[in-house]
Design a protein around this ligand. Structure first.
Ligand SMILES: Cc1ncc(C[n+]2csc(CCOP(=O)(O)OP(=O)(O)O)c2C)c(N)n1
Length: 661
């Protein structure tokens, strides 16, 4: 790479002074933080010393209304966007003036006010989020780009590949910035990747890419300014590799013993601030007294703001407040079912709900593999592109993780998203952003994830271990996710409509075996059903049966086979929130309960419900709480093995036992 010098760039003196000050501020804040760290006044610090030119140059090249997604060494992004310093300090101290109410640390926060979306610890997921933000701009026909950062270590994550691939296929205006600083924790670049330059990867995605000297502020600012100008006019992703070096340990406690001294010395010579300072002095732009003045002014600003943050008392909260902030408040509006009905299949009810929700919410985008022209593998979205167009009905590449991230990004930028998992089994490839991003984001920084993830699930279809699972318990465990699992067309339509109105992440389980086998008279018009309300399908005084999904139909069939009419049959319909009142009311009445789940039993939702009943209804019980579920094996393929695996037969035996108890 030909080394460019400061004098190669034509930039006004004022602009150069501005860039200098913008770099000096994070450097001086960091120097102060290192002192505070030694004094035990702050807990952890990830240093970006030596990398300031990248954060500052990129942020300055962007417009203030363009989103930027920084990493843990990008303090310069936050300071260049002029966030009052006491708010940053309060954030690092877990105080109320910060951005997360003490719920998350360091740079792990976002702020719509400053159009900054902070990272989650897992590094890669935010690359997909940037895709979603950029997609929203594109759909709204706004000429804005989105910039996202990763270290060279983060480029080894699958999310990097997925996000770049999506951005490329969809022509999204995302500036992917790799800060190649030589080490990912202790791992040097030759143990991280084998291509010569990471920018070379751009070609693999059909993407323009550049290498920029990350320690030369004028090069960063000029080249990025030119690139982003082009991206606004002609929306497309661009990959930029910034060459730089990490001058301190991964975090302060971990040191730099593994870094050869020659490398340190070599890069010390390339310090982006002292070199620029020398250049500005030599060219007469930065006189000694001005330099002094700037430093004094920044010192004052840091000290005053630190004092303000230190004098703020520790965060005040209580259990109720914390619990109330897991989800964004949802003002449920009931639309009563009424009017003409028609007899439809479960799958038709889902399709109807999708269609009417797309009509109702103009900002809703559907994404999934093969859902556009092909109509999805179950044909639920067949014909949708004719009505809504390809922009809103989007075929995705096979990349569950970054698509969930994209859905999150759409939500951040004011839209609603649905992701259809082709089979719920494949959600494991998108598990990370669901449980770590979508589920936690509202609690962390008040940003909702307005995303519905549809999950065609369940066995009895002879499809084996990877196309038959019912994996709701992977999610009911995680605070921040709503989980819905209807058993009938009427419920499916009303609950899915509600899912699209709810601004929170909803996992919507649809049992494949019910798609074409269960029919019901369902109102033609739009209606909603509230989450967290079970339905009682049979009424009786002898025993309570609590179940959901296909279990509901097995229970109904079993009761008919046994000609038994004294059971209270509760269909939960939604698992999170869970209708504990209906459960306890029924058990208190009957004194005997059996919980039926299609899931294998250990750690299933049935186990949780059993625990709730034991704890809350113990004195009403006349028999042990019974659970019936599938075998503790993966779900097998062969028909007879699958039958043996599923709990239908064991349910009848256990129910009989309980009745006679
Ligand atoms: C998924 C995941 N794996 C491991 C880690 C632990 N970890 C945090 S930062 C880091 C190194 C990151 O290196 P790089 O992306 O190059 O960024 P840098 O720290 O050098 O700026 C590691 C291994 C993590 N946070 N997330």
């Amino acid at each position: 790479m030909h080394q460019l010098e400061y004098k190669d760039f034509q930039i006004s003196n004022d602009k150069m002074l501005g860039l200098y000050k913008a770099m000096l501020k994070p450097r001086m804040i960091e120097e102060k933080m290192l002192i505070l760290l030694r004094q035990g006044k702050i807990s952890k610090w990830f240093s970006g010393i030596g990398q300031e030119a990248i954060s500052v140059g990129v942020t300055t090249a962007l417009n203030d209304d363009e989103y930027i997604l920084p990493m843990h060494r990008n303090l310069g992004v936050f300071t260049t966007r002029d966030i009052p310093l006491y708010r940053l300090f309060a954030q690092w101290q877990g105080k109320a003036s910060g951005f997360t109410n003490g719920r998350d640390r360091s740079f792990h926060f976002g702020t719509q006010e400053y159009k900054i979306v902070g990272m989650i610890s897992h590094l890669g997921p935010q690359l997909g989020v940037a895709d979603g933000i950029a997609l929203a701009h594109k759909l709204k026909e706004e000429k804005k780009l989105t910039s996202v950062f990763t270290g060279e270590g983060g480029t080894s994550e699958g999310d990097f590949h997925e996000a770049l691939n999506i951005a490329s296929v969809w022509d999204l205006p995302v500036l992917f910035c790799i800060e190649n600083n030589g080490y990912g924790l202790s791992t040097p670049t030759n143990e991280q990747y084998r291509c010569k330059d990471l920018a070379d990867r751009g070609a693999g995605y059909g993407m323009e890419s550049h290498i920029i000297d990350g320690n030369n502020i004028l090069e960063v600012y000029s080249k990025v300014s030119e690139i982003v100008e082009g991206m606004r006019e002609n929306p497309r992703p661009v990959l930029v590799e910034f060459k730089t070096f990490r001058m301190r340990g991964h975090e302060e406690a971990s040191g730099t013993k593994y870094v050869p001294q020659e490398l340190m010395d070599e890069w010390q010579e390339k310090d982006p601030i002292s070199n620029f300072e020398d250049y500005l002095s030599e060219t007469g732009v930065l006189a000694k007294d001005l330099q002094q003045e700037i430093r004094e002014s920044i010192t004052r600003e840091i000290d005053e703001n630190l004092e303000k943050a230190f004098s703020e008392s520790a965060i005040d909260s209580d259990e109720t407040k914390e619990l109330d902030n897991v989800f964004q408040y949802f003002n449920y509006q009931e639309v009563k079912p009424s009017g003409k009905t028609e007899n439809v299949r479960y799958i038709d009810a889902i399709s109807q709900s999708l269609r009417s929700s797309m009509e109702k919410h103009e900002n809703l985008v559907l994404m999934g593999q093969d859902i556009a022209d092909y109509g999805g593998v179950f044909k639920i979205t067949e014909g949708f592109i004719d009505q809504f167009g390809k922009e809103r009905i989007r075929n995705t590449p096979i990349c569950e993780s970054a698509i969930v991230g994209t859905a999150m990004g759409l939500s951040i930028n004011g839209m609603k998203a649905m992701v259809e998992m082709q089979f719920s089994d494949f959600v494991s490839s998108g598990f990370n952003p669901i449980v770590n991003y979508l589920a936690k984001v509202n609690y962390r920084w008040d940003q909702n994830a307005d995303v519905v993830i549809r999950m065609p699930c369940g066995g009895g279809v002879g499809a084996g271990p990877f196309h038959s699972q019912t994996n709701e318990a992977w999610f009911t465990k995680v605070p921040g996710l709503k989980v819905v699992y209807p058993a009938f067309p009427f419920d499916a339509k009303g609950l899915l409509n509600t899912a699209f109105n709810d601004p929170n992440p909803v996992l919507f389980f649809e049992h494949k075996a019910l798609y074409r086998s269960i029919r019901q008279d369902v109102p033609v018009d739009y209606y909603t059903l509230e989450f967290g309300k079970a339905s009682r399908l049979r009424e009786g005084k002898d025993v309570s049966i609590i179940t959901y999904g296909a279990g509901v139909h097995w229970a109904l069939e079993t009761l008919d086979e046994m000609d038994f009419h004294k059971a209270d049959l509760i269909d939960l319909r939604s698992l999170q929130p869970l209708d504990m009142d209906s459960i306890c009311e029924s058990v208190t009445k009957t004194g005997k309960v059996i919980i039926l789940t299609e899931d294998s039993l250990f750690g299933s939702l049935a186990s949780e419900i059993a625990a709730i009943i034991s704890e809350n209804c113990f004195e009403s019980l006349d028999a042990p709480v019974m659970r019936v579920g599938s075998l503790e094996t993966p779900i097998p393929f062969a028909e007879n093995l699958e039958k043996q695996y599923l709990p239908r037969k064991r349910f009848r035996e256990k129910l009989q036992y309980l009745i006679e108890y």
